[in-house]
Design a protein around this ligand. Structure first.
Ligand code: SF4
Length: 350
């Protein structure tokens, strides 16, 4: 297929009709020349607008337990093989988790993402997480997305019973490429956790990390796996190469390629909540607002071990580009000129 012959609007029609792009069409999206990116975004925006209008959702991340992980995910500063200088701490006290939830609410995040490092939580930590979920839910009007590593069916059901709304577990990359980025668990382990979450009646958040040295076919495979799993929410991370990790020197992304990836995800996952996640500021840079024409969600605040853009810049970006904020239930939210000065620390010091 000659890329110059591809009609991006026809691909949007196909996505809106519930049909899946062919592999050739998907590849064309990723391999189109830079000068076509605005046409691609316009097509992706038709799909995005059909399902999400001009609305943007904010999520807020708390790294509630950092480092000390026995796994070897090559992108991760918290893994056992990372020498990155990060803060390492066991599960935060409930008071600190509540303080972070307060900040999430102040920054107009609809979803509070409670993340802990590790392969999967031990029973003590798991119970403490359930107690923290109960405390947050009883005090704040926030959806909770828990990211706790690999989960069995019973754990997924206990999370649902405790009031967790959603569980995040990323597939990260394609089945074929997974062994290149992690050897301590498999792609199938990850899929199994997502299936446990679905079976427990929770909504699923699962996405990937792009720019880890994978091929375009791997990117397509990842998106198709997420489509097949029927996940609800899809975080699209762009690798932040962290010194001290095996992927520290991997640099394959350009701002416009990131936009093409976001367009592809919108065309293959038309109705899903697609979130521009980690690496937004580093890789999209001044093109960040364009990403919102394909995606409908971003994180506000910091990432797990790296800082994010200031909240007032995110709000200004959303407002200036003509988008509006919405709560997790779809209620429109006003954006103030400035976010409130919150004195609560985001990053706990331990
Ligand atoms: S991504 Fe999660 S499981 Fe993998 S090393 Fe980092 S904290 Fe551990």
């Amino acid at each position: 297929m000659s890329i110059s012959c591809v009609n991006w609007n026809k691909l949007a029609d196909c996505a809106l009709a519930g049909e899946c792009l062919s592999r050739e069409e998907a590849l064309a999206v990723l391999q189109a020349p830079d000068e076509m990116v605005l046409e691609q975004l316009a097509a992706a925006y038709r799909v995005r607008h059909h399902y999400w209008g001009n609305r943007v959702r904010l999520h807020y991340l708390l790294n509630a337990q950092s480092g000390l992980c026995p796994e070897d995910c090559h992108y991760c500063s918290q893994s056992k093989i990372s020498t990155a200088e990060i803060e390492k701490y066991p599960l935060l006290a409930q008071s600190k988790i509540l303080a972070a939830a307060e900040r999430a609410q102040a920054l107009k995040a609809g979803t509070f993402c409670l993340v802990i490092s590790g392969r999967s939580p031990n029973e003590t930590t798991f119970r403490q997480v359930l107690e923290a979920v109960h405390a947050v839910k009883s005090k704040y009007d926030l959806k909770i997305c828990a990211c706790l590593g690999l989960l069995n069916q019973e754990q997924a059901e206990r999370l649902a019973a405790a009031g967790v709304d959603r569980v995040n577990h990323n597939l990260n990359t394609s089945l074929d490429y997974h062994a290149e980025i992690c050897t301590t668990h498999t792609f199938d382990d990850r899929v199994e956790t997502v299936n446990h979450v679905k079976a427990a009646g929770l909504t699923t958040c699962s996405g990937g990390i792009l720019g880890m040295g994978e091929s375009d076919q791997d990117v397509i495979d990842l998106a198709l796996s997420l489509r097949q799993l029927g996940v609800t929410s899809v975080p699209v991370n762009f690798l932040i190469p962290i010194s001290g990790t095996p992927l520290a020197d991997v640099q394959s992304l350009t701002p416009r390629h990131c936009l093409r990836i976001l367009c592809l995800f919108r065309l293959l996952l038309p109705s899903q909540e697609i979130r521009i996640a980690g690496g937004r500021e580093v890789h999209l840079r001044s093109l960040q607002p364009l990403g919102l024409y394909a995606a409908n969600s971003i994180f506000v605040g910091d990432y797990l071990t790296t800082p994010g853009q200031a909240a007032h810049q995110d709000w200004a970006m959303i407002r200036d580009a003509g988008f509006v904020l919405e709560a997790a239930d779809g209620t429109p939210l006003e954006i103030d000129a400035e976010p409130p000065r919150v004195t609560v620390g985001v990053r706990p010091s331990v």
